[in-house]
Design a protein around this ligand. Structure first.
Ligand code: NAP
Length: 283
């Protein structure tokens, strides 16, 4: 019998804890924790993500500073803003909503964000530290997945974990986190031979492919833990994950739904990272 890992409930509880910690920080330090959110252009999906992040800030008592830049902003203008935010002591975290327009050199712009304000955990130094098992700011989505596994007391030591997807924001940091938790990790991608066989050997499958219902029941061994990072639309326009939930669930010990799984945890981890940045900046 499978159990559902309820990301919505976990996120709700974590946000309540974060709110308490943020209130304490504000009282002890006589200032708010601040998150700067930079949005360039009018991309509808990005606007929704930014709105949700600002709403989450309000929920936990973090002060958000919202910067909406025209899609035609120059590299220089964007970089000037990021330099200002890097210097601003009221800003503990800086988030630039991706993707940036094609004419912007994203890497060069993002490099301006100091590592200690990189609340997305995307910087080369933060990834490098994660790779070496050192304290760092960890990318929100994979870190949220780890919290979900922890919440169910799933012991990863010596387990075979298969990640489908090798992006810099999900697959790769996920692999490092699982490795740091003593799992034996395989990262699969579009060139992997015999993906089904790889998945069938897994105690834990993390699907981060970006293809609706890509992981099917014949790819999952009995008793596996299946975490679905995907956010796609099915043929009826309904939100769905990378896992064919209805058929796969019967094989699982634990499974995450979409919606209500990994998604709510991602923004929660952003709040957590911003709080951690504020605490660390004090030290
Ligand atoms: P991405 O950058 O597009 O990466 C997709 C990965 O899947 C790539 O590594 C790709 O391999 C691999 N892949 C594609 N087709 C494959 C196939 N047929 N067999 C095996 N591997 C294949 O995507 P992403 O940014 O990591 O996001 C993945 C999914 O997670 C998306 O649905 C996204 O919307 C969702 N997401 C959700 C959250 C959340 O908060 N829930 C956060 C971030 C992302 P190659 O490298 O070889 O091309």
């Amino acid at each position: 019998m499978y159990k559902i890992i309820d990301g919505k409930a976990l996120a709700y509880n974590m946000r309540a804890d974060i709110k308490t910690q943020v209130e304490k920080f504000t009282k002890d330090n006589g200032r708010h924790i601040g998150l700067a959110v930079v949005l360039v252009g009018e991309d509808p999906a990005s606007q929704i993500y930014v709105r949700n992040k600002i709403k989450a800030c309000e929920e936990v008592g973090i002060k958000s500073y919202s910067y909406r830049l025209d899609g035609a902003v120059t590299q220089g203008e964007l970089e000037e803003l990021l330099y200002e935010l890097a210097q601003n002591n009221n800003v503990d975290g800086i988030l630039v909503q991706l993707p940036l327009p094609d004419h912007i050199d994203s890497e060069s712009a993002l490099r301006i964000i100091p590592d200690y304000k990189d609340v997305d955990g995307f910087s080369e130094n933060n990834i490098g530290k994660l790779c070496q098992g050192k304290e760092s700011i960890v990318a929100c989505t994979p870190n949220g997945v780890m919290k979900m596994l922890e919440s169910c007391k799933i012991d990863l030591c010596g387990k075979k974990a298969v990640i489908v997807g090798r992006s810099n924001i999900v697959g790769k940091p996920m692999a490092l986190l699982l490795l740091n938790a003593d799992a034996t990790v395989t990262v699969c991608h579009s060139k992997t031979r015999n993906l089904k066989q790889e998945c069938l050997g897994a105690d834990v499958i993390i699907a981060a492919v970006g293809r609706a219902k890509f992981v099917t029941a014949d790819m999952v061994k009995d008793g596996a833990v299946v975490i679905d990072v995907g956010m796609n639309r099915d043929e009826n326009g309904k939100l769905c994950g990378d896992v064919d939930f209805d058929s796969v669930k019967e094989k699982c010990s634990y499974i995450t739904p979409v919606p209500g799984g990994v998604g709510p945890m991602t923004i929660t981890m952003l709040m957590y990272n911003t709080y951690l940045s504020a605490i660390r900046s004090k030290g």
